[in-house]
Design a protein around this ligand. Sequence first.
Ligand code: HEM
Length: 494
Amino acid sequence: PYSSSFQKRCSSVMSPVYIATLIFSFIVVATFYQKRQGFANIPPGPKPWPVVGNLGGFLIPSVLRRRCGQESDSTATNAAYALMEQAKVYGNVYSLHAGRQLLVVLNGIVFAPYGPSWRKQRKFCLTTLRNFGLGKLSLEPGIMQGLATIKTELLRLSEESGGAGVDMAPLISNGVSNVICSLILGQRFHHKDREFRTMLALMVRGLEICVNSPAVLINIFPLLYYLPFGVFKELRQMVGDITAFLKRIIAEHRETLDPDNPRDLIDMYLMEVLAKQAAGEEDSSFTEDDLFYIIGDLFIAGTDTTANSVLWILLYMVLHPDIQDKVQAEMDEVVGTDRVPSLTDKGSLPFTEATIMEVQRLTAVVPLAIPHMTSETIEFWGYTIPKGTVVLPNLWSVHRDPTVWDDPDSFNPARFLDMEGKLLRRECFIPFGIGRRVCMGEQLAKMELFLTVTTLLQAFKFRLPEGVPPPPLHGRFGLTLAPCPYTVCVSRHS
Ligand code: HEM
């Protein structure tokens, strides 16, 4: 979801005059302190470094940070955890600085700026995706087709591995991504398609270095994006490759567009662009450039999030074989073995649903949601949060809040069930965010999670390879929280 605004920002800073570093730094430092003085009553927070603010740590190599005790393995990989720890010092609402940009982090409680243009684009995307089946039973056959391939491949790879286990990440990413790709690009990709596999790998790596490497400093010094080495060069290369891939697909659609027979979101959008042009709406927010950003956002938002959620759920099943048995027993009783699970079974599988939800609670795959920005100065919990402040809602901390959840760090699906074993809706369970910017793909993601988890657990028992220790559970933070790499062995369940 970040790629679009990030690119827009990068391209808009290409000024012909590059001010000499000293003068530049002086101005930044001066303005920084001037601006800080203007912030009265903002929430408390750690003292920022000059110029870079609280992102200064990224200037120190992580080896040194670890040696000085400033970073443990888990904080390095889970920024949400680190932000929750800071709340113990500064309270549940505190402030940080990314360079001069004020950030407020909210604990315990896609980039287009909120406004009329975002509203129009979101409405268009939701209506179009619904027309093509988002949140509807009509999408089920497409999802099941992908799952059939995953089952066959998983069994084959597991047998081939000779007990060493299979890394499921590429297979699951491909299957999940094909669902959103069929809706927006009108095509599915074979799991051995090399170009598509590369795109998925680039996306994962790109999200990781955007938030968890010195590339973060591009937010303060956009010109760093053009440095010809290290993660900066790597990021530029990735953005170029993904851009070329998506632009080529858009161009193919333009050439083969049949207005009487729209195939997917790209076709619908191109028709909207043509309609606006015909109506003489020059300042329309529907342009081919916008289409590119939307497709990129949906591709990224619809793949990494859901794939990581599935991988987390399967990992928890491997680590808790008793819960895996219970889920399978419920499915044996309700679905049996003569047919594959269907969305119509959802209401009859409360323990399975509770298990999925409990893993989503513990892992919060989009732990810091998507940064928001205040469009007005507001008063919040006695603090003044100025207009233009970036607000980070720490969803991870809501899911681990001990005042809401008993023993929040333990894995206990039963917390989502009432005394009669019926599913409980818990207000503080917000893996998809809340409010106007709540996840656009929530319905789709829930369908995919349910069908993927039930279909795989109906077919297989999952376990770690013999003698292989479980991966650490803090995960890898890269905008989304992914499990650390692991392999599994599968055997037929029934
Ligand atoms: C388990 C899977 C998923 C999780 C946990 C998840 C979670 C989230 C979260 C936390 C946000 C930010 C909400 C906020 O800032 O308040 C978000 C935004 C978004 N998600 Fe998802 N998401 C998932 C799957 C999907 C899928 C499959 C799609 C594809 C349609 C999608 C599309 C989006 C979009 C477009 C936004 C930005 C909405 C806006 O800014 O108006 N997500 N998601």
